[in-house]
Design a protein around this ligand. Structure first.
Ligand code: ADE
Length: 239
């Protein structure tokens, strides 16, 4: 999978050289390319922002540097890449979104700063990209870079070969609309607190049933919204 990251702070993305995503780049599974938006400016100050048309607080990112940067990416692309624009005004990014994006060959992330990118860029980009304005949650960050890192991590771990043990993807939180069950390791009793006895029984069916019940309880208590949706789909309310 090819991933292009455009930002005025491409250094934010240095963390992607660590851990599993770093390894996947070394292994050639991911081709992550970082781009400095300011390289697509023509003035001495390399200006990327301007005042909002119509008035108001803050600054808005000028459209032209974005168009030039995106054209550059398109020039080296085959097919129609997906352009993700992180914004608190976007549709919420969920595990389903991650699954959808993980199946694509080429993702481009355009991280804005200030009050965001001139809206016309979104419209203009539809010609060459499948454009997806996405939010990682109902709160406001200073810029899109941290949201991009979260999305890149959620997406790329679903790409075959990035995670050593793909079976671990099947049972985790959100994979089937429920939160993950609590997990334990050794010792069996730690600081006076034992692990649930059933986990030591060796009875795989019993363990699976216990874990399912824990998933249901946790989801009901912590995320009643997800629990209601799960019941509506699958039934099986807790006693
Ligand atoms: N930029 C600022 N806040 C954001 C959010 N919640 N999601 C995605 N991009 C953002």
């Amino acid at each position: 999978m090819r991933i292009d990251l455009i930002s005025i702070f491409p250094e934010f993305y240095d963390v992607l050289d660590l851990s599993l995503i770093g390894r996947a780049q070394q292994d050639g599974i991911l081709d992550v390319r970082r781009h400095q938006l300011r390289e697509h400016t023509a003035d001495r100050h390399r200006t990327v922002d301007d005042t909002p048309t119509g008035g108001g607080a803050g600054m808005v990112m000028k459209p032209e540097p974005w168009a030039l940067a995106l054209d550059d990416v398109l020039a080296g692309a085959s097919g129609r890449p997906t352009l993700i624009i992180p914004t608190p005004a976007g549709a919420v990014f969920t595990q389903r979104t991650a699954e959808d994006l993980a199946a694509r060959d080429h993702l481009v992330f355009a991280a804005g700063r200030y009050e965001g990118i001139d809206q016309r860029v979104t419209e203009w980009a539809e010609d060459g990209f499948d454009v997806r304005p996405l939010s990682i949650g109902d709160y406001v960050l200073n810029g899109g870079e941290v949201a991009v890192i979260a999305m890149v991590e959620a997406v790329t771990r679903l790409v075959p070969g990035v995670i050593g043990n793909p079976a671990s993807l099947d049972e985790e939180s959100h994979s089937d609309g429920l939160l993950e069950y609590p997990v334990y390791t050794k010792p069996a009793v730690w600081r006076g607190i034992p692990v649930p006895e059933v986990l030591l029984s060796g009875d795989h069916a019993k363990i699976a049933a216990h874990r399912r019940e824990q998933q249901m309880r946790r989801t009901r208590d912590v995320r009643p919204d997800l629990y209601a949706r799960h019941l509506a789909r699958r039934g099986g309310d807790l006693a």
